[in-house]
Design a protein around this ligand. Sequence first.
Ligand SMILES: NC(=O)c1ccc[n+]([C@@H]2O[C@H](COP(=O)([O-])OP(=O)(O)OC[C@H]3O[C@@H](n4cnc5c(N)ncnc54)[C@H](O)[C@@H]3O)[C@@H](O)[C@H]2O)c1
Length: 276
Amino acid sequence: MSEKTSTGAGRLRGKVCIVTGAGTLRGIGWTTILRFADEGIRHVYAVDLNPTNFGVLRETFEEMYPASNITFVQGDATNENVIKSLCDRALEETGRLDIFFANAGTFGSQSPSYDQTPLADFVECLRVNVGSAFLALKYASSAIAKTNEASGKLDAGGSIILMGSNSGLRANSTPVEYGASKAAVHHLAMSGAYHNNNRGTGVRVNAVFPGPAGTDFLPAPFQAYVAKRPDLFCSPSAIANTVLFMASDESAFINGTTITLDNGVTNGYFLESLLD
Ligand SMILES: NC(=O)c1ccc[n+]([C@@H]2O[C@H](COP(=O)([O-])OP(=O)(O)OC[C@H]3O[C@@H](n4cnc5c(N)ncnc54)[C@H](O)[C@@H]3O)[C@@H](O)[C@H]2O)c1
């Protein structure tokens, strides 16, 4: 693999970020980290429950982006102590935190409909998808609001990006708990922006809502949609580009919004699909 060393325009130069759900090679979290590094991020804290790929990811990162730093943390994005201490650690080690991409998530029970979904599975999906977004808001807001002259952060503020899904905007064949959890993420982006504005932190909170993106996250029937109409569904790198924009100062004043990456599919359905 060739060394790239930030070929971008330096849109994140000097900044420090935390990304959860960053442990899979083809996943949205890891793809976004590489995109951030391409734009000169100074330090990435990459979090995942599953550390299996950390070794190979570290090797890739250090070879491609020797000017940036990465710290891998095996941890649960729904654990209050993990997220609090990670935000504290970023401040202690680098003097600043600018970006939190709350990307960790679960698809839920995979039950075909609500009548076969155990309540425990419903609640667990909300715990993971909403709880992880909430903890990002709760702890990263204060950390991102801090200035630190020594680290070059003279202005308070930065960006929290929550991971949603187009399933949170319209009913579809994903598990009911998955759609409900991502709908709550939509609201958390709005209330996060509202409360941060009231507190004058300078922290923006937004959400990205992609359609199926063809990572290993998706069960087979959804992979089949992507394979059938690849023109309609975005790739992890398209999502990473949008997260980069939301993380950078270019999206200043965009706050409390949900950005859908679905090529318009969530607007309606194709009559042709009824004939399949
Ligand atoms: N792939 C898609 O089609 C798609 C579409 C819309 C939204 N999303 C959302 O994107 C996010 C990432 O999905 P992906 O496709 O990259 O999947 P992925 O499986 O590649 O990555 C998800 C990662 O999150 C980790 N994770 C799960 N729970 C965690 C926790 N509590 N703490 C820490 N890490 C945890 C998993 O170990 C995994 O490595 C999810 O929130 C998902 O809902 C995915």
